[in-house]
Design a binder for this molecule. Structure first.
Ligand code: ATP
Length: 445
């Protein structure tokens, strides 16, 4: 018999306000949902069967956006740091994990299925065969706590150091909705940062600033972000202190990421329930200590929603409505679009060669349908930072045009410097700065 339980978040940790202070919508959520569906960012799950409430599938562009968000996070918190390592723990964990963590009393709504007769029924309260019970994790965090000693032994890290993990989490949310803001299945990007007791306040402040700035660096407007301190009665059972980074979503200010000082709660609990020592030898004072933990915990889906909301823009260009996603280049699903001006064979051959070449480096799309103006609009709407246009003159002078999404400015340059130029521009160099001072620059159109 297999039972899968999920965690009832709302019942266990009833927050006073998940969405605070209703404010006039800055971005129309309906428009955003429609764009996401129309262009292949996000679809309702199992749509051909009428969908499944609050479950979403990430389409060809959505999967790239999500992948880029996770990559940017991993890069900032693991790749570019000496004091952090990654982990990918199993979703299903030993049931005692959840007893130790204090979540067990929050697991509700179990679905029990008999493997031989396939009958299903709800089972509330303890069941006989404890060993057959597994739980869908409500957070990725526990995988990092139970691996604390493994990581310590294998990496020889010294305090302070952290473990980072990205993975799915499940909560039996009572109130779901607001598109991908709150669902029962979602992805988290979590850090457990282990520090010496007494230095926890300073590291808490450090991570608060670090994580706030991560969103700003990736293009979220500062005025749409704020820190909100949890009141004592709001604090989760494990937390000594907690702040949320709130974002001004279309439905109001709401949590984007939570940063908690978990103290030594988790390591003490897991040591107690497992009977294993989870201490750290402080060589300086020759004593075994239990580290404190600072936890910045972000949602991938909520981040995707915030990045999309913040990037969405409409303007009138030459009498036509131009919808633009001003996504940061590192998050944009498609980095470059290759657009031949016509479908003539000679032009297509050059365009296809450029397309094949650029695809070695980035996600690139090729579009030869309809007018060039329409093709630019299509790319603007999905946030593609650069379009490369190949025209008849390209056959003569071996030059192409780059057009930038936000400013709509254009430059012409030789094909053989296209790749390094795009590379520099995608890293954020302004379009009017000459890469490597090249003399090929012909200026703006
Ligand atoms: P909320 O108050 O909105 O329910 P929470 O405080 O319970 O969120 P945490 O336990 O701090 O959330 O989880 C860390 C992050 O995981 C959140 O900041 C959010 O980005 C994401 N998250 C939590 N629950 C959900 C959900 N049901 N759907 C999507 N993302 C979620």
């Amino acid at each position: 018999m297999l039972s899968i339980f999920s965690y009832n978040a709302t019942e266990y940790n009833s927050k006073e306000h998940s969405v605070t202070e209703q404010v006039p919508a800055k971005v129309d959520m309906e428009k955003l949902v429609s764009l996401c569906q129309r262009r292949g960012f996000i679809f309702p799950s199992s749509e051909i069967y009428g969908g499944l409430s609050s479950c979403w599938d990430y389409g060809p562009l959505g999967v790239e956006l999500k992948r880029n968000i996770k990559q940017a996070w991993w890069r900032a918190v693991v790749q570019e740091r000496d004091d952090m390592v990654g982990l990918d723990a199993s979703i299903l964990m030993h049931p005692q994990t959840w007893e130790a963590s204090g979540h067990l009393k929050g697991f509700t709504d179990p679905l029990v299925e008999c493997k031989s007769c396939h009958l299903r029924w709800r089972a509330l309260g303890p069941i006989e065969e404890e060993a057959s019970v597994v739980y869908l994790r409500p957070e990725t965090a526990q995988g990092m706590f139970v691996n604390f000693q493994n990581v310590l032994n294998t990496t020889r890290k010294r305090l302070p150091f952290g473990i980072a993990q990205i993975g799915k989490a499940f909560r039996n949310e009572i109130t779901t909705g607001n598109f991908i803001f709150r669902s029962r299945e979602f992805e988290q990007m979590e850090i457990e940062f282990f520090v010496k007791p007494g230095t926890d306040k300073e590291w808490f402040d450090y991570w608060l600033e670090e994580r706030f700035n991560w969103y700003v660096k990736l293009g979220i407007k500062k005025e749409n972000l704020k820190l909100r301190q949890h009141m004592k009665r709001e604090l989760a059972h494990y937390a000594k202190a907690c702040y949320d980074i709130d974002y001004l979503f279309p439905m109001g200010w709401a949590e984007l990421e939570g940063i908690a000082n978990r103290g030594d709660f988790d390591l003490v609990q897991h040591a107690k329930y497992s009977g294993k020592s989870l201490t750290y030898l402080d060589e300086e004072n020759k004593e075994h200590i239990i580290p404190y933990i600072i936890e910045p915990s972000a949602g991938v889906d909520r981040s995707a929603l915030a990045f999309l909301c913040d990037a969405y823009d409409e303007e009138l260009a030459e009498g036509e409505l131009r919808v633009i996603l001003h996504l940061h280049p590192s998050l944009a699903p498609i980095k470059v679009a290759v657009l031949p001006l016509s479908r003539r064979e000679k032009l297509v051959a050059v365009a296809k060669q450029i397309y094949a070449d650029l695809r070695q480096c980035w996600m690139v799309s090729y579009d030869d349908a309809q007018s060039i103006g329409r093709r630019y609009r299509r790319q603007d709407e999905i946030g593609t930072p650069f379009c490369v246009t190949i025209d008849f003159q390209s056959l003569e002078d071996e030059q192409v045009t780059i057009r930038e999404r936000d400013s709509m400015r254009q430059i012409r340059l030789p094909i053989d410097v296209l790749k390094p130029t795009l590379e520099a521009k995608l890293k954020g160099e302004p379009l009017d700065i000459l890469p490597r001072g090249g003399s090929y620059w012909l200026g703006f159109k």
